[in-house]
Design a protein around this ligand. Structure first.
Ligand SMILES: NC(=O)c1ccc[n+]([C@@H]2O[C@H](COP(=O)([O-])OP(=O)(O)OC[C@H]3O[C@@H](n4cnc5c(N)ncnc54)[C@H](OP(=O)(O)O)[C@@H]3O)[C@@H](O)[C@H]2O)c1
Length: 311
């Protein structure tokens, strides 16, 4: 068996928990978590927690001290901090002794055909992608999976925080907001499967600039119907036309990092096709990198959520 690799995770919050758990269960890896929190604990002896202010020098010294070979960012921060934070991560990798692989915090959908969606990504991830393309000495990939599938199950069953109005299906109010026609293509993937896929990719000899996976491909109309049948309970429905969404975007476009603008941008993302990872490339990369993984379907996730306390 080849030598264990140490993987550094920056910003373990909601979806980061799946990475922390899955990578520490995987015998190929040791896990280091970088965090700003002095008291952050994962109740997991396999996770080495390192406190940092995420400055380049601080991250560099942790990468070197732990012998990390890859840095994965799962940070979600205010828009104006994203580029400088990730520039620091990139520079730290370039300057490090061993950490020559980097995955920045994307975790979105079809970023190649829709590089500026959701709107926040256009202002943060898109310019940082240009910086990455001009960098040398680092292998990087932008990892995308569509929506986290956990938004379809009750909030207390997963690590994902539900932001009311962000996802079209709201379990608390048992309602479905049909955005656009509801027939727009989507992909969704379980957080745990995203983490397992990244574990496979970390073992692959070479990366591509963008990596896609998709647990399932569908539409919100189909998923809503499936959930209504599964739970035997119809959703109340509201409707948001493309024009309504455009109007909200116009109304809030100068509001900076506001919640209302974020929600309007999530709506725009939902109806644009950008939430769906591109079919051909996703299929090709499934064969190339992820053939060992059995990705959960929505049906399987719903069944599992009934059976366990936490997914
Ligand atoms: N496709 C989807 O459906 C979907 C859904 C949700 C999220 N995402 C994406 O996934 C990524 C992670 O999202 P998440 O929901 O897991 O994030 P999150 O839990 O809100 O935050 C992750 C971590 O970011 C760090 N952080 C927060 N504010 C920061 C700041 N000002 N400066 C530096 N670090 C900060 C914190 O780590 P410490 O406190 O430990 O330092 C936090 O635990 C983001 O890129 C997000 O856009 C995608």
């Amino acid at each position: 068996m080849s030598e264990k690799k140490t993987i550094a995770l920056a910003g373990v919050g909601n979806c980061g928990m799946y990475f922390c758990e899955e990578l520490s269960l995987d015998n190929r890896y040791d896990v280091v978590v970088l965090t700003r929190q002095k008291n952050k604990s994962f109740n997991n002896p396999k996770v080495n927690t390192q406190v940092t202010d995420y400055s380049e020098d601080s991250v560099l010294s942790i990468l070197n001290a732990t012998g990390s070979s890859a840095l994965i960012s799962l940070v979600r921060c205010p828009e104006e901090q994203y580029i400088s934070l990730h520039q620091g991560f990139l520079n730290a990798c370039i300057r490090s002794i061993k950490c020559k692989r980097f995955i920045p915090s994307e975790w979105a959908g079809n970023i190649e055909d829709f590089p500026d969606l959701p709107g926040e990504y256009g202002k943060t991830r898109a310019p940082f992608r240009t910086i990455l393309q001009q960098s040398h000495g680092i292998e990087w990939t932008l990892f995308c999976h569509g929506w986290f599938m956990e938004y379809f199950i009750p909030e207390d069953k997963s690590y994902m925080t539900h932001l009311p109005g962000e996802f079209p299906i709201d379990l608390k109010s048992w309602s479905y907001c049909v955005r656009g026609t509801g027939e727009e293509p989507q992909t969704w993937t379980c957080g745990r499967d995203v983490a397992k896929a990244v574990a496979e990719l970390l073992a692959a000899p070479q990366w591509e600039p963008v990596t896609y996976i998709a647990g399932e491909r569908g539409t919100f109309n189909k998923a809503a119907k499936q959930m209504e049948e599964f739970y035997g309970r119809p959703f109340s429905r509201t409707y948001r036309s493309i024009n309504d969404i455009k109007e909200s975007l116009k109304q809030h476009r100068d509001d900076g990092d506001s919640l209302q603008l974020g929600l309007a941008e999530a709506e725009e993302w939902t109806v644009s096709g950008a939430t769906a990872c591109p079919e051909d490339k996703t299929r090709r990369q499934l064969v190339k990198y992820f053939s060992k993984i059995k990705f959960s379907t929505l049906e399987e996730l719903l069944i599992q959520a009934e059976a366990v306390d936490k997914i």
